[in-house]
Design a binder for this molecule. Structure first.
Ligand code: HEM
Length: 448
C-alpha cells in the first residue's frame, strides 16, 4: 500500500449516530452535488456507518476500470439478490463476466437495430390514444411505453402475446413490493398480510411462472423471433461452452426489465418535458424530423442522421444521470491517494459528476448545444457517465439510446406538447435514479 495515502476527508455536518441522514433525506441530489469541493474521495455518514463517495472522474475511472479488481458489487445488489435472484446485475467476479459475455449478443448494434420497428409501432400506438387539447400524464405514459418496449423486445413472439400482456400487468405490482422490501425486511412484511404485501409474493411467483412458460414455448419452436429471449435460449459461452438454464433466463429477464424500464421511461419524460420548456430546441428538432423523415416512421438507418435529436438524448442523459450506485472494497486499497479499508461502503454518483461545473459549464442548464463541436468545447469524455463504466457498465446503453431516439422521433413528428401549468421541470431522488415530477401536458397535433 502507498505510504503517502491519507484518510478521506469527512464532509462537514456529520452528526453523532445520524451521520448526514438529515441532509440526505431532505434533498439527496443537492447533498451529493455539494460533495466535490471537499475532495476527490470523501467520507459521509449513513447513520452511524461511513461511506466513501468518489467525486472525480479520473478517480472514478480508477475504481470502475483500472483497479476494478479491488471492488465488488455493493449494497444495492446485496439487498436485491434474495428478491430477484442471481443475474448480471447482482453477480460479481468470474460468474458476472460469464453472464455479461452471454448477454452481449442480445444488445449488439445489429440486434438492437432489429428492435426499432417494434419500438416505433409501440410509440405510434401509445400516442394515437392522445386527444387534441386533452391533458396527458406524461410520466405515466412514458413509463408504460418503456415497459411495453422492454417486455415486447424481450418476448416478441406473436404466440406469446398473452404472456407479454401479463408480464406488463405483473411487473409494476412486483416493483412496488420490491421497493417496500428494500426499505423493510421481507419477514416483517410477510407478518403483515396487507393487499400490497400479498401482491408482491403472488406477483413474484406468477411472473416467474409465465416467463418460464414462454421459455418452454420458445425451446419447442426453433424460430428466431428477433427478440432477447430467442438469443438467450440459443447462446453458448465461447469460453466455457455453457448455456443458460431456464431459471437463469427467468432471473436475467426480470433483472433486465427492472434495470431498463423505469430508467428509460424517466429519461423519455425528462426529454419531452425539456423540449416543451425550450421552444427553440423543439423547433430545431421538428425541422430535423421533417427533413429526415418527411412524415414516415423512424427506422434504424435514420438514427445516425438525427444529429440534433442525439444531442437532445445525450444532454438528457447527462442532466438526469442516476444519483447513487454502490460498490464494496474487496480488500484494503488506495483510491485517488485516499486509504480505503477492506469492506468499505463505496458510492459513486453519475449525477454528481455530470453536474460538476468543472466538466460541464452551467451544469444545471439543459443545453443540447453543448454537444455541438461547432458551438462548444468538447465536454470531458470521462465525466459523461450516465451508464456507469467498467465491467458493470450498462449493457442496455445502446438499446436505451436508440429506444429514446425512436420514441421521441415518433412522438415529436406528430405532436407538440405544452405543460398544462407553468410548473418547471423538477427532479426527485428516486431509489437510485433521478425521477421526474409529473407535469400534465397538453398535446396538439403538428401539421407537418
Ligand atoms: C436511460 C436508461 C438507462 C440508464 C440511465 C441506465 C444506467 C445504468 C447504470 C449507471 C448502470 C451501472 C450500475 C453500476 O455501476 O452498478 C446500469 C447497469 C445495468 N443496466 Fe442500465 N440503464 C438504462 C437502461 C437500461 C436498459 C434499457 C437495460 C436493458 C434492456 C439496462 C440493463 C442494465 C443491466 C442488466 C445492468 C447491470 C449490469 C451489470 O451489473 O453488469 N439498462 N444501468
Amino acid at each position: 500500500m502507498e505510504t503517502a495515502a491519507i484518510s478521506a476527508p469527512t464532509v462537514p455536518g456529520r452528526r453523532f449516530l445520524a451521520g448526514h441522514a438529515l441532509s440526505l433525506l431532505r434533498n439527496p441530489l443537492q447533498f451529493f452535488r455539494g460533495l466535490a469541493p471537499h475532495g476527490d474521495v470523501v467520507r459521509i455518514g449513513l447513520g452511524p456507518r461511513s461511506a466513501y463517495v468518489v467525486t472525480d472522474p479520473d478517480v472514478l475511472h480508477q475504481m470502475l476500470i483500472s483497479d476494478a479488481e479491488s471492488y465488488e458489487q455493493g449494497l444495492l445488489s446485496t439487498v436485491t439478490k434474495p428478491l430477484i435472484g442471481e443475474s448480471t446485475s447482482t453477480l460479481s467476479g468470474e460468474e458476472h463476466r460469464k453472464r455479461r459475455r452471454m448477454l452481449a449478443p442480445a444488445f449488439r448494434q445489429q440486434r438492437v437495430n432489429g428492435y426499432t420497428t417494434l419500438m416505433s409501432e409501440l410509440s405510434t400506438a401509445q400516442s394515437a390514444r392522445w386527444r387534441e387539447g386533452e391533458p396527458i400524464a406524461l410520466k405515466g405514459e412514458m413509463n408504460d411505453l418503456a415497459l411495453a418496449t422492454g417486455v415486447r423486445t424481450l418476448v416478441a413472439a406473436e404466440s406469446n402475446q398473452d404472456t407479454a400482456r401479463e408480464i406488463r400487468q405483473l411487473l409494476p405490482i412486483f416493483l412496488k413490493g420490491l421497493f417496500r422490501r428494500l426499505v423493510l425486511p421481507g419477514f416483517v412484511l410477510d407478518l403483515i398480510p396487507t393487499k400490497g404485501n400479498r401482491g408482491f409474493t403472488t406477483s413474484a411467483k406468477r411472473l416467474r411462472l409465465v416467463i418460464a412458460e414462454a421459455i418452454s414455448t420458445y425451446r419447442a419452436d426453433a424460430t428466431d423471433q428477433g427478440d432477447v429471449l430467442s438469443i438467450l435460449i440459443r447462446v453458448r459461452d465461447d469460453e466455457t461452452g455453457d448455456s443458460f438454464t431456464d431459471s437463469q433466463i427467468v432471473d436475467e429477464l426480470i433483472a433486465l426489465l427492472l434495470a431498463g424500464a423505469e430508467t428509460t421511461g424517466n429519461m423519455l419524460t425528462f426529454a419531452l418535458q425539456n423540449l416543451a420548456h425550450h421552444p427553440d430546441a423543439e423547433a430545431r428538432l421538428h425541422a430535423e424530423l421533417d427533413g429526415v423523415l418527411d412524415g414516415r416512421p423512424p427506422t434504424a438507418e435514420d438514427v445516425p442522421r438525427l444529429v440534433f435529436l442525439q444531442r437532445v438524448v445525450d444532454e438528457t442523459l447527462r442532466t438526469y444521470a442516476p444519483w447513487m450506485l454502490t460498490r464494496r472494497a474487496a480488500r484494503e486499497t488506495v483510491l485517488g491517494g485516499v486509504r480505503i479499508p477492506k469492506k468499505a461502503f463505496m458510492i459513486y454518483s453519475p449525477h454528481l459528476v455530470c453536474r460538476d461545473e468543472r466538466w460541464f459549464p452551467e451544469p444545471h442548464r439543459w443545453n443540447p448545444d453543448r454537444w455541438d463541436p461547432e458551438l462548444s468545447a468538447p465536454p470531458r469524455k470521462r465525466a459523461w457517465v450516465p451508464f456507469g463504466g467498467g465491467a458493470h457498465t450498462c449493457p442496455g446503453n445502446l438499446f436505451a439510446r436508440v429506444e429514446m431516439i425512436i420514441h421521441i422521433a415518433t412522438i415529436a413528428s406528430r405532436w407538440r406538447l405544452r405543460p398544462e401549468t407553468d410548473a418547471p421541470v423538477a427532479e426527485l431522488g428516486g431509489a437510485a435514479v433521478v425521477a421526474p415530477a409529473d407535469i400534465p401536458m397538453i398535446p396538439t397535433r403538428r401539421n407537418a
